[in-house]
Design a protein around this ligand. Structure first.
Ligand code: ADP
Ligand code: MG
Length: 295
């Protein structure tokens, strides 16, 4: 393609809500065969809400939500926001108590002290690291929630398992259509997430993705992209989070949701302004058409 054609292509992109960093980006769309999609905020809305509160025997559900909400109030994570706002909105809760100490464990959960209680709130492995083991009943309820595409957050204090809070997110209305379009362009979609396997599989099935890489720690997302490249695949990635930025930079073609974080946008070659995944296939189709590889 001539330089003029490339500029026309990037200009046409801007009209479609696809911001392309420079004409040279178009070239990298040519050989892309795999597209890695971050789950939360990319395929799903990224707005979590609390679906249910399930106490262990002997624990009071409003108390579970109140103490978990208090510690999560100190975190910015979408899961934390959902739990803190559900706790604040609970009629049985007068006021959330202050947090006496707090530690965030990236991709795993939070720990700290509330009203003198040593809190653990997060994924199962976080509790297990402190030798806290939830009951068989709770683990079975957790498995049920996860196979329905939900995320179970476990809660313990003072070394005793107290229950779980189930949160859920909604798949974006346009995600399934977007995945179908990406496949029609000959790309293999891969769902990448820190969330549990069962929930990730459920969401993947809802939108038509066969390949799922779940339970990946935030710092390991970049290694997943590098591994796919080492297998000889040419990788595009779409993401929105601060955690996604290194992987977006590593990918042969990085695309950020315009609704996402500045870090993701800066690390990417293309910004999808409206946060609609269909723009990812529009971007690849437009680039290839501009390069004259498809009509
Ligand atoms: P994603 O890839 O969906 O953005 P993360 O990597 O941020 O997910 O988190 C992975 C998992 O770690 C979550 O599904 C949850 O189980 C746990 N987790 C992370 N942050 C928190 C938190 N603030 N409170 C409870 N659990 C958390
Ligand atoms: Mg995300």
């Amino acid at each position: 393609a001539t330089p003029t054609a490339l500029l026309v292509g990037t200009g046409r992109g801007a009209q479609l809500g696809i911001l392309i960093k420079g004409p040279e980006v178009l070239e990298s769309t040519r050989r892309v065969d795999t597209i890695v999609l971050d789950k939360t905020g990319t395929v799903t809305e990224g707005r979590m809400s609390v679906v249910s509160v399930v106490p262990e025997q002997g624990t009071d559900a409003p108390e579970l939500l109140r103490l978990a909400g208090a510690i999560e109030h100190a975190s910015e994570h979408p899961i934390a926001r959902a739990i803190a706002s559900a706790a604040a909105a609970d009629g049985a809760v007068v006021e959330l108590p202050p947090v006496e100490s707090f530690q965030n464990h990236e991709g795993r959960g939070v720990t700290g002290v509330v009203e003198g209680r040593a809190m653990l709130v997060g994924r199962l492995s976080l509790l297990e690291d402190w030798s806290v083991h939830p009951s068989a009943e709770l683990l079975s309820a957790k498995a049920d929630a996860e196979s329905a595409g939900q995320t179970a957050i476990l809660v313990a204090w003072d070394g005793v398992p107290r229950g779980m809070i189930v949160v859920a997110d909604e798949v974006k209305a346009t995600s399934a259509e977007a995945v179908a379009q990406l496949k029609a362009l000959g790309l293999t979609p891969v769902l990448l997430t820190g969330d549990n396997q069962a929930a990730a599989r459920h969401i993947a099935a809802q939108v038509g993705i066969d390949e799922v890489i779940a339970e990946v720690l935030p710092a390991d997302k970049v290694a997943v992209v590098a591994r796919l490249q080492a297998e000889g695949r040419v990788v595009a990635m779409v993401g929105d989070g601060v955690n996604d930025a290194p992987a977006l930079a590593q990918a042969d073609l990085g695309m950020a949701m315009g609704t996402g974080t500045d870090a993701a946008i800066q690390a990417s070659d293309i910004t999808l302004v409206r946060g609609d995944l269909r723009a990812a296939s529009d971007a690849i189709r437009l680039s290839r058409r501009t390069l004259g590889t498809i009509k």
